[in-house]
Each structure stands twice: as C-alpha cells, then as structure tokens.
Design a protein around this ligand. Structure first.
Ligand code: NDP
Length: 401
C-alpha cells in the first residue's frame, strides 16, 4: 500500500490514473497535479464515476523545482510519476532528490530549444540517485517502454542471441480531423521532423527525415507505409544490447498527415526557435499546438487499432530464428474504459505497470534505470492482465529490407 504523485493531466496522465485507481491494493492514495487544476479535477471526476475511487488534485508548475519539492514534501508519495512533458524531467528529478521520492517517466528529457532525444542528461543523475538510495526508472511508456521490455523478454526466453531488431509502430486509427496528433503535438512533430537515425555495426546511420519507406502488412490493420525514424529507445537498446548489429524504428504515417506536415514545415510553423510577432517573441510550434485538437479530445472520435511490436532475428539452440512480439489495442475499447484513445492508453497502462512494480518492490534498486535493465517477466504478466495483451509469433524468415 503506497501513495503516488502523478504529474501531468493530459491523455497519458488520465489513463495512468484511471488504471491506478483500478488497483487500489497497490496505489493506496493517488494525487494528480498539473498546470491546469480544471483538467485534474475533470480526470478525478471521471475516475470517481468509473471506479468509485477518490483522488486528490493540485495545481503545479513542474518547471519550478521549489514548488514541486514542496508538493512532494506535503503529499509524501513513495513515487512521483512524471507524465507532464519531457521539458520537466530534470526539474522533477531534482525535486525527487530534494524531497526523497522515487521517480518514473515515459519520455526522455528535452531542452526546449533543441530536439535531441538523448538520455545523457538523465543518465548524469545516476550517482545522485544512487547516493540518495532512490530509484529513477526512465521511459515506462509503450515506445519507449514496452518495446524495450519485449526485447528483453525475447532475449531472456526466446533467443540466445539477437542480431537484428526492428520496432514497428502502426497507428491504424482514424480521428476524422484533417490534421491532428495523437499525443502532445509539439513533441510529436519534433520527433517526426528529426533526421532518421538507426544503429548499424556499432555506429549511427543518419538520413533525411521520412526519406526511407517500406510497406508492411500489420495484423488486424492491413498494409501500411512505414518510415524509418529515430526514436529514443534506440539509444538505450544499443547501450544495453551491444550484441545487436542493427536496430531500427519504423512508424506508419498516412499521406494526408505527411502532406500537412510538409506544408507546415515549409512555411516555418514547426520551428522551435523564437520569432518576433507583433512586438513579442513566439515559438511557431507552440502557436501551432494551440490551433490543433488536444490529443485528449480525440478519444470519442478515434476508431481503429494500434499495432506495435518488435521483430528480433537471432539464434536459438544454434539455429537461426525470428520472433515477432506485438500488442494490438483498439481505440474505442480504450475510450470506453478510460475516456482516452489508444495512443494515450498504450502509454498510460505501462506507466501504471512500471509504477506498480516499483511500489511493490518487484523492481527495486538505487540509481537511474532504463527498462532493459529490469526483469521483464512481471511487467509482461501485468500487460496481459491490465489491458495490453501481447502475442508472440515465429516468423519463417527475417525482414527482407
Ligand atoms: P499532453 O500534452 O496531453 O499532456 C501533458 C500534460 O502535462 C498537460 O496536462 C499539461 O498541462 C501538463 N504540463 C505541461 N507542462 C507542465 C508544467 N510545467 N507543470 C505541470 N504540468 C505541465 O501530453 P500526453 O499526455 O499525450 O503525453 C504526456 C507525456 O507522455 C509526454 O512526455 C509524452 O512525450 C509522453 N509520451 C510517451 C509515449 C511513450 O510511448 N513512451 C507515447 C506518448 C506520449 P496543460 O494541460 O495545462 O498544458
């Protein structure tokens, strides 16, 4: 029985809190804090209506380390789950160290003025968390998160060696808007417009953003165009699995999404540097975010499924073997259960699971941990029982591209 402080009342925070409330034997008391109190209160009302559980809410600017430290000291959670934006990661880690709470997040720290997608800043907290006897778990969402757990499970149970790894992320959902993003638009667009990068034979190979495409037939969705891109778990997978020769990440995009993105990029609306407008500085991508539908508003209108998994090729008992571990999640089922679409659901459920494993001591230690360093078995078991069941297929051959 332990108390948790969740920071961030977006789609992911909403799902995580709903799922925690379903597990009140582990999460004895839940506090949800975010910049806008009304969003926390709306989630609290939904949690009460759906589960009968009362959660506490609070206003917080998590960029303010002193304010976050004060809130942690007054709430006294065992664990702080950071589901705000990647910009807040370091400030919240500092507050956890100051107030003595464990830390978990779903996305690596990003400076506001540069799209980096690197763990270096957070890995630099290793000694401080170790010395404080506290645990920080990085990236307990789906990707990063479950994709690393799938890989670790494959390496533990299915393959003696992994030679190549491909992560395939397909959102086959349709929300009916001409252009919208399924999670925070600023982070999503920064990620998609970054140069592609994959790991091959001990080095990073870079290419132009969205310049390399393949068609893949996704189970229960059908054939989709998927594009090679950089994604943050590639860095931790390459670090913790030096045996893997090639690690790639693919994500599907429809033609309409890409056309809008191209135009927005060409006119400068995706820029993350400040520009002067009517005597004051604005950041174009932040202005664009204000115009786009809130990801949390897509729940009722999104239909279809997500299909995310990893294909690992290697050796088992001296013979070549290829395995595919995947989860399929339905947008409308996710909405019916939590009021949020599947992209928030597939991130919020693993956040709840990571938090539960830390609170119950099944995952423990002092220092900063990535998902690859932790036992995949209890996490895989909870995916099956908490809404994200997975399956394993043996593929007859490795991917031929
Ligand atoms: P949203 O934009 O919907 O929600 C973010 C929330 O954080 C909002 O409620 C926002 O408040 C709040 N927030 C922002 N800044 C602050 C601050 N300074 N202090 C307090 N609260 C703040 O995003 P999502 O819910 O879609 O995503 C949440 C996180 O999950 C992001 O870091 C995202 O990158 C990550 N993610 C990870 C995935 C994975 O698979 N690993 C996949 C999808 C998302 P307000 O509403 O007032 O702006």
């Amino acid at each position: 029985m332990s108390s948790v402080l969740v920071i961030g009342a977006g789609g992911v925070g909403s799902v995580a809190v709903h799922k925690m409330a379903q597990l009140s034997g582990v999460f004895s008391h839940i506090t949800l804090a975010s910049r806008t109190l009304a969003k926390c209160d709306a989630i609290a009302a939904s949690v009460k209506a759906r589960t009968g559980v009362t959660i506490t809410t609070a206003t917080l600017d998590a960029d303010d380390v002193a304010a976050t430290t004060a809130l942690i000291r007054s709430v006294k959670p065992k664990l702080v789950v950071n589901l705000a934006l990647p910009y807040q990661d370091l400030a919240i880690m500092d507050a956890c160290l100051a107030a003595g709470a464990h830390y978990m997040d779903t996305a690596n720290y990003e400076p506001r003025d540069e799209a980096k997608f690197e763990y270096a800043w957070q890995w630099a907290y290793q000694d401080r968390f170790k010395a404080a006897g506290l645990m920080a778990v990085l990236g307990s969402g789906f990707d990063p998160g479950v994709t690393s757990v799938f890989t670790t499970y494959a390496r533990k149970h299915l393959l003696d060696r992994i030679d190549t790894l491909d992560i395939l992320d397909c959102n086959g959902g349709d929300h009916g808007h001409p252009f919208a993003t399924n999670f925070n638009p600023e982070i999503n667009i920064r990620e998609v417009t970054a140069p592609s990068r994959h790991w091959e034979n001990g080095q990073w190979i870079e290419g132009l953003a969205l310049s390399f495409k393949q068609v893949f037939d996704f189970d229960r969705i059908g054939p989709r165009d998927m594009y090679l891109m950089y994604h943050e778990e590639l860095e931790s997978l390459a670090k913790f699995y030096p045996e893997i020769n090639r690690i790639r990440f693919w994500m599907t995009f429809g033609a309409a999404y890409l056309k809008h993105l191209e135009v927005l990029q060409n006119v400068g609306m995706t820029r993350i540097d400040p520009v002067m407008f009517q005597g004051r500085e604005i950041i174009p991508i932040e202005f664009l975010k204000a115009l786009l539908p809130e990801p949390a508003s897509l729940g009722p209108v999104t239909h279809g499924k997500t299909n995310i998994g990893v294909i690992a090729t290697g050796q088992k008992d001296g013979k070549p073997k290829t395995v595919y571990i995947l989860n399929i999640c339905d947008h409308q089922e996710a909405y019916a259960e939590t009021g949020n679409q599947a992209v928030s659901y597939t991130t919020g459920v693993p956040a709840m699971i990571g938090a539960a494993l830390m609170l119950t001591g099944q995952w423990s230690g002092a220092g900063v941990f990535n998902m690859e360093q932790l036992d995949p078995d209890p996490f895989m078991a909870m995916l099956n029982t908490h809404g994200l069941p997975w399956s394993v297929k043996d593929l007859p051959a490795p991917l031929d591209f």
